[in-house]
Structures are given as C-alpha cells and as structure tokens.
Design a protein around this ligand. Structure first.
Ligand code: ATP
Ligand code: MG
Length: 324
C-alpha cells in the first residue's frame, strides 16, 4: 500500500462577504497517496480552488479556515510556522494555476523566473540555476529554450506560458504538484499536450498530482482516482475506472453522462437540471436533492454522510443502491 502524502481532515473554509459567510469548503476529508494522480472534479463554484488553495495556505485575505487539519507528509500545514511553510512551498509542493499570466511576472525574463526557484529553495548559484532553467524549459517543450529563456512572458503563446509555469513549478522536483484547471484557458490540442507533459513529468519525477478540473473527459485521461465535489462537499471518491463504470451518486452519473452524450455520433448535449445552490442559502438535507431524480423524503431531511460502498469507492447519498 503506498504511503499517504496528503490528508485533508474535516476542512471547513468560509469567505467573509458583505452578505454573510460563504461556506466554500464544508467538512471535506480527502486522502492522496504517494505517486498517484488524483482528480478533483465538479461544477464551477463548488469549492475546488478553495480546497486547493487552502493546502499551501494561499487563500485570499477574506477567507477563514474554521476547522480541520491538512497533513502533508504527516505535518499539519495549517499549524506550521511561516518559515517552514516557505520551505515546503516550491520545494516539496508546487501549484500551477489556470491562468499562467497571473503567476508569471511580466517584468522579468522567463528563464530568470524559472532559475529563481532553485536559487531560493535549493541555494543554487545563479549561473547553475540559469543553465538548469534552460534545460527545464527545453524538457517541458519550449523550442530553442536557450534563446527563448531570454524572452519576457508577453511574447509567449498561452501554451508556452503554461509550459513555463510547469517548468518553474517542477524544477525543484516537488513531491506534490497541485494543478488548478491548468488547461482550461488553452485550446484543445494544446490542452492534450499539457496533460501529456504533466503525465511524463509525473513518471520521470515520481511526483504526486492533484489535478483540478470541471471536465470529466480530462479525468478519464489522466487520473488514477477521482473525488467529485458538489456545493463545498466531496460526494463521491473512488478509482477512475470504478467511478466511470459504476457511478453511485446521481450527480456523478449526471456529469459522466454530459461527457458521454457529447462523444456520441449524434451529439446531444445532456445536462443536469438546475444549478448549484446559493452557498448563503443551502437546501436542507442533501444539497443535491432539489436537482436529483432519486430524491426521497429522507434526502430533504437528513444530510447523507460518506459511506464505503466497496473498499475503493465511497459515496454520500441515501439512495446510492438505487442509482448504481
Ligand atoms: N474571495 C472570495 N470571496 C468571497 N467568495 C468567494 C471568494 N472566492 C470564492 N468564493 C466563493 O466560494 C465558492 C467556491 O469558489 P471556488 O473558486 O473555490 O470554486 P471552484 O470550484 O474553484 O470554481 P471554478 O470551477 O469556477 O474555478 C463560490 O461560491 C465562490 O463564489
Ligand atoms: Mg476554481
């Protein structure tokens, strides 16, 4: 059995807003094992980024972690001091965002920005780090990396910027890479290339990947296990093949059918009726019940808890036996 690298336990995160406290992550528990690719999937606004950002403590100032623990290699990241956190970020854990322009600094050459990471985290000399940056840029597929390393980010295409971000984030060979919608801003062919790149870096460096996406098609291509999020909660977790073959939560089933119907020869766009509930006014019982075809009286009254359906598949649904 592989070691646990990350354990999120009963995490609750809210945002203070003028209209009240938005519970973006509500009692989420999650385990990720060393070397695996774990995918977090769910509709826009369900809390994926909030969960991802809480791991390296990069949440915005109006956020509040109300409860929980985030154990990374056994250390609770919510409780380590700033210098320890700084050491872990970049060296042992790295994060790639949806829009690389928000992470690349427009005022510095790309090669310099990639080199800065091992200088800061590994104490490498600038000379060595600049050479290593060119190698890393070449490894992630930047053509003529020796020359292009001297460019500023604005002359790079979207795909090149994302490759550079990945170069920057993997240059210290972190053990955990969190990628938050890394391909959403890119066209489909570039998306596929970036996913392939992440896979090859995973194999080469043995890194663990936490990939966040709203696209179930990507889940099938890249991941070993998947967690489905709905309205701040994880509602189903399991191995990818198991989830695709036997989805137990009506929401997961709906998400998969959205992908499957688009792949058919006569493309018919399936959809899940309704939308995510307002986080300031959540429905009683199961949060999915107003959109669910299997709703019973119990669903309206009582919130379902995570139940182990099989040894590698858990679900939070009162009626999962009827769905599966
Ligand atoms: N800084 C903030 N202040 C207030 N509310 C926020 C803030 N950031 C996010 N939220 C709210 O928290 C909830 C979860 O947002 P989050 O960005 O985590 O969702 P997401 O699943 O990553 O969505 P997407 O797929 O669009 O990236 C949403 O209701 C969102 O409106
Ligand atoms: Mg997000």
């Amino acid at each position: 059995m592989p070691e646990k690298i990350l354990e999120v336990q009963n995490l609750k995160v809210c945002y203070e807003t003028g209209r009240g406290c938005v519970k973006a992550v509500d009692d989420v528990s999650l385990t990720i094992f060393e070397g695996e690719a774990f995918c977090l999937v769910g509709e826009t606004g369900c809390g994926k980024s909030t969960l991802a950002l809480s791991i390296p403590r990069l949440l915005p100032p109006n956020s509040r972690v109300l409860d929980g623990r985030i154990l990374f290699k056994g250390k609770d990241l919510l409780r380590v001091d700033d210098s320890e956190l700084q050491r872990i970020r970049g060296k042992e854990m790295a994060i790639v965002f949806q829009n690389p322009m928000t992470s690349l600094n427009p005022a510095y050459r790309v090669g310099y920005q990639v080199a800065e990471v091992p200088v800061t985290h590994l104490g490498m000399s600038w000379d060595k780090a600049l050479t290593s940056a060119v190698n890393q840029l070449s490894k992630v597929g930047i053509p003529d990396a020796g020359i292009r390393a001297r460019d500023y980010p604005h002359v790079y295409s979207g795909g090149m910027k994302q490759r550079s971000m990945i170069a920057m984030m993997t240059t210290c060979k972190p053990s955990l890479l969190i990628a938050d919608e890394p391909t959403t801003a890119l066209d489909v062919t570039i998306q596929a290339q970036i996913l392939k790149l992440l896979h090859s870096l995973r194999v080469e460096y043995g890194l663990t990947l936490l990939l966040i996406t709203h696209n179930f098609g990507i889940v099938a291509e890249v991941c070993d296990r998947v967690g489905v999020m709905y309205s701040g909660k994880i509602v189903e977790v399991g191995e990818v093949t198991e989830i695709f073959d036997n989805p137990l939560h009506p929401y997961t089933r709906g998400l998969i059918e959205c992908v499957a119907s688009r792949r058919g020869s006569k493309a018919r766009l399936n959809q899940i009726p309704g939308s995510l509930p307002n986080p300031l006014n959540l429905p009683s019982g199961c949060r999915f019940h107003p959109r669910c075809p299997y709703t019973t009286y119990l669903c309206m009254k009582e919130e379902p808890t995570m139940t182990e359906a099989t040894s590698n598949h858990s679900v939070a649904c009162h009626n999962y036996k009827a769905v599966g």
